[in-house]
Design a binder for this molecule. Structure first.
Ligand SMILES: C[S@@+](CC[C@H](N)C(=O)[O-])C[C@H]1O[C@@H](n2cnc3c(N)ncnc32)[C@H](O)[C@@H]1O
Length: 281
């Protein structure tokens, strides 16, 4: 496992900004649709019960209702800002007669409170240290024939993330930001996920895809990470506009060099890791 160095002693949970996060929702949704396409049919003797861990603003959670229209789907998240947005936009009955609700929960400690047919997580478990240790409890909480499926970013050695970590560790920022640029690095390679899930008695599939994302506009990679990897840094510098601006200027210049703008936009390659595990029926 790539593991994060210990965080700065002042580390707090990052504040999320749903509006910023949703600015790239097209590119961010694609891997979820690819994951969804690999999830097998769920037990059909009753409407499905589904959990979405780290549901964010709920815009991908709601896509589960397209595939399982009468399901009861619960999105769990740690961030009050994300939950508020998800509630406002999506909570209630779904078009197919199902139900969508959202609840606060820390995925690091969450265990199924009732039997689920599907536990899914998209782009969230990288924030949860030791999440593979929870697989046994999550699979235990699935009904026979149920599925655990997740997608995590696998781009922590890419320039966007490496440069962020390095900048936080420079003498200028180390005192305030040590570790904050690497708070999210808790993922395994596909083969390691596969082995763990098969060890737990599941039929499993794991793979990776690198998306070559063409982003429009000025400094689009900076804009992208402002919604995700930069959250801990922005949270640590909150209330100090001068420091925030100085950090963002330095980081922006590094990103401009690493991801030059071309005639059609800026190519931002993004590796993602997927796993789907089915509990025997
Ligand atoms: C990059 S967003 C992904 C949101 C959504 N799943 C999507 O695909 O659009 C990551 C989400 O994980 C949530 N998160 C981070 N750590 C968490 C934890 N320990 N427990 C629950 N949610 C967490 C954040 O609050 C955030 O909403």
């Amino acid at each position: 496992m790539h593991s994060a160095p210990s965080s700065a002693s002042t580390s707090v949970a990052p504040t999320w900004d749903p509006q910023q996060y949703l600015r790239h929702s097209g590119h961010r949704t694609r891997p979820f649709l690819d994951l969804l396409a690999r999830i097998p049919g769920l037990p059909t003797d009753r409407p499905a019960r589904i959990a979405d861990l780290g549901c964010g603003p709920g815009n991908v959670t709601v896509l589960l209702a397209d595939r399982w229209p009468d399901a009861h789907i619960t999105g769990f998240d740690l961030s009050p800002e994300m939950l508020e947005r998800a509630e406002k936009d999506w909570a209630g009955t779904t078009a197919g007669g199902g139900w969508l609700d959202f609840r606060p929960a820390d995925a690091a400690h969450w265990t199924p409170d009732e039997p689920y047919d599907l536990i899914v997580s998209n782009a969230a478990l990288q924030w949860v240290p030791n999440h593979p240790e929870s697989f046994a409890a999550w699979i235990d909480g699935l009904r026979p024939g149920g599925t655990l499926a997740f997608q995590v970013p696998g781009n922590f050695t890419s320039p966007s993330h490496a440069l962020l970590g390095e900048l936080c560790d420079t003498p200028r920022w180390h005192g305030r930001l040590a570790g904050e640029g690497r708070r999210f690095v808790h993922v395994l390679d596909p083969a390691d996920y596969l082995t763990r899930l098969v060890d737990l008695g599941c039929e499993a599939d794991a793979w990776e895809t690198t998306y070559s994302q063409l982003l429009p506009g000025e400094d689009p990679v900076l804009d992208w990470v402002k919604g995700t990897a930069l959250r801990p840094v922005l949270t640590a510098l909150e209330g100090d506009q001068e420091a925030t601006d100085a950090f963002l200027t330095q980081y922006r210049d590094l990103l401009r060099e690493a991801y030059p703008r071309g005639p059609h936009g800026t190519v931002f390659p993004f590796r993602r890791i997927f796993a789907v595990a089915r509990k025997p029926a």
